[in-house]
Design a protein around this ligand. Structure first.
Ligand SMILES: C[S@@+](CC[C@H](N)C(=O)[O-])C[C@H]1O[C@@H](n2cnc3c(N)ncnc32)[C@H](O)[C@@H]1O
Length: 274
């Protein structure tokens, strides 16, 4: 019997992926208090380390060019406002909806310091809030906890008068290529594939753009590399194999081991239809 594409329930696959998470990742996905504490702990340090905005200006300019000037924007999960603050220059106003009050506080403190006064913070989850319309909706890496993803995407399509833009960095372990060499399964997170398919099931045919990105990941010692691998796959494979991998793929600087982690960012965007 052949499988009909339309019979595939991508929302169920999305939910199965969330269900499969283990340990702390699972706690973060399903327990609001754990997730709140996670961002509370990270909020003051989030801007110290480069994240997507810092290591890919190409992604930022692509998003910026999708948004006309003087339009209103709702940003879902703005965090500390890495994208929000520069976008506030071209938007008439931005409603910044974030689950974490601590991340929002950092964002609003920075806005105040910079004299930016067209950002309104709202603490809460996109899926729970009642919001009035805006011209655009933007989400950068912030949909990962939403169980009823179809309803959440439908809501974006309803609330945005012009366009929805969803950005997802393809998540994979730093050592994914090593794991593949060892015959282990590919640990790339596939939610970036599910999203356009879920949209398709909602009769939304979104554009999809991929941009290659890379960032440096630093390890203090070989031991910390071994520890990292053990945490991810549960054991330390043959150290010769790891050492060869380190020699071929890492550079050493100031006694640190530096890995150039390469992945892609997916930008899904569509003109809304009612
Ligand atoms: C990975 S950070 C990204 C922050 C920012 N977009 C950036 O790229 O720097 C994810 C943010 O989304 C927020 N978040 C997660 N799930 C959310 C939801 N369902 N509704 C609103 N915000 C959410 C988190 O609190 C966090 O601040």
């Amino acid at each position: 019997m052949s499988l009909n594409y339309k019979d595939i329930d991508y929302e169920k696959i999305w939910q199965d992926y969330m269900e499969c998470k283990k340990g702390y990742a699972r706690e973060r996905a399903f327990n609001d208090n754990v997730e709140r504490e996670f961002w509370k702990g990270l909020s003051q340090r989030y801007d110290d380390k480069p994240t997507l905005y810092d290591y890919s200006k190409e992604v930022y300019s692509f998003i910026k060019n999708l948004i006309d000037t003087n339009k209103s924007l709702i940003e879902i999960g703005p965090g500390t406002g890495k994208f929000t603050l520069p976008l506030s220059e071209q938007c008439s106003n931005i409603t910044a909806i974030d689950f974490s009050g601590h991340m929002l506080k950092v964002l609003m403190d920075k806005a105040k310091m910079l004299g930016i006064n067209n950002i309104t913070p709202i603490e809460g989850k996109w899926e729970d809030l009642q919001v009035s319309g805006a011209d655009y909706i933007l989400s950068v890496n912030s949909l990962y906890r939403i169980w009823n993803i179809k309803t959440a995407l439908k809501k974006m399509n309803m609330v945005a008068k012009e366009k929805v833009i969803i950005v997802r960095t393809i998540q994979k372990p730093v050592f994914n290529d090593l794991y593949l060499k060892l015959g282990l399964e590919d640990k790339t997170c596939l939610d970036y594939i599910y999203l356009p398919n879920i949209l398709h099931s909602l009769n939304i045919c979104a554009d999809v753009k991929f941009i290659g990105v890379q960032c440096e990941v630093e390890f203090d010692s070989k031991e910390s590399i071994y520890d990292n691998i053990k945490k991810e796959i549960g054991y330390i494979p043959d150290k010769n194999i790891i050492d060869n991998y380190i020699n071929e793929n890492f550079k050493k600087s100031n006694e640190k081991y530096i890995f150039l982690h390469k992945t892609k960012v997916e930008i899904i965007y569509w003109k809304t239809t009612k």
